[in-house]
Design a protein. Structure first.
Length: 292
């Protein structure tokens, strides 16, 4: 076992550990949200083996791993290019807008729920997208710009069967009807697409790529479904729909500074602890212990 003395910890070392912890935490949360935790576990095991090899002076193993990690980074970028692009989009959003969107008033939630209820009872097909924090320009194509005030009249006129844009999606952004008649990307999860129509498949496809929330009304069954976070769920009643819409707007709305700080320290505590522990161990192994 390698002997040595512990290096004195300075301000730069604390900042170093904090930055590495933040990066590791971001990666862990990303793996968690993209449901690729098995990739994170594999990378963690490789990192443990590499660390042990370096501590024990296994130079050939270290040399092989260093070359392997270079290839691995390229492979991850190629395989997860959509997710990597998503990460950089979120970084841009947080840096420019502080990670917050404009909140919605109770009146707007009431308009949405009441209109969707009417569509369901009359079996009028509809697809309504609520903009989250992620940019949608890369995923939403076509349609017509509107930027009009949200109202039941405008929703009913757009999804009327005689309207040119009734088959497309309607995009609500900042409490306004931004565009209608839009085309959305279709889902890649073929196992979930069984017996789903085009509207449901498009709603699920957008939910797999962004944090937007899509409300779908089936013109065949009159059912109401919600697509969010890569999942499509049928609403049992209007109260369930209203709860989801209110929660969605609350999550995307700006929060007071105190509430944001509390949320930071209470959410994903396990990931934060793992990130901090790994970064401290890395500092000890590679920097903190000086050979005698």
């Amino acid at each position: 076992m390698m002997g040595g003395v512990l290096k004195t910890i300075g301000i730069a070392d604390v900042l170093d550990i904090a930055l590495v912890s933040t990066l590791i935490y971001a990666l862990l949360v990303w793996f968690k949200r993209t449901k690729t935790a098995f990739v994170a576990m594999g990378l963690l095991m490789l990192a443990v083996v590499y660390t042990i090899a370096r501590i024990m002076g296994m130079y050939m193993t270290v040399w092989i791993f260093q070359g392997f990690f270079a290839v691995l980074v390229v492979a991850i970028v190629v395989i997860f290019q959509e997710e990597v692009r998503h990460i950089f989009e979120r970084i841009a959003v947080w840096s420019l807008h502080g990670g917050a969107n404009e909140s919605s008033s109770p009146k707007e939630v009431e308009i949405l729920v009441h209109s969707v209820d009417n569509f369901a009872r009359e079996k009028i097909g509809a697809l309504i997208v609520l903009h989250g924090l992620d940019p949608l320009d890369r995923h939403v194509e076509g349609g017509w710009e509107l930027n009009g005030e949200l109202s039941e009249a405008i929703l009913e006129s757009i999804f009327d069967s005689h309207s040119l844009g009734h088959d497309g999606a309607l995009l609500i952004e900042h409490g306004k009807v931004a565009r209608f008649g839009c085309l959305l990307p279709l889902s890649k999860e073929y196992a979930k697409m069984t017996n789903l129509g085009t509207r449901h498949t498009a709603a699920l496809g957008l939910a797999e790529r962004t944090d937007a929330l899509s409300i779908v009304v089936s013109e065949e069954k009159g059912t109401i479904s919600v697509a969010e976070r890569g999942e499509l769920k049928v609403m049992p009643d209007l109260q369930a729909l209203q709860d989801i819409v209110e929660r969605f707007f609350l999550e995307k709305a700006p929060k007071p500074t105190g509430e944001s700080l509390v949320g930071f320290f209470t959410h994903n505590t396990r990931e934060k602890a793992i990130a901090l522990g790994v970064s401290i161990l890395m500092w000890l192994f590679f920097i903190g212990i000086n050979p005698r």
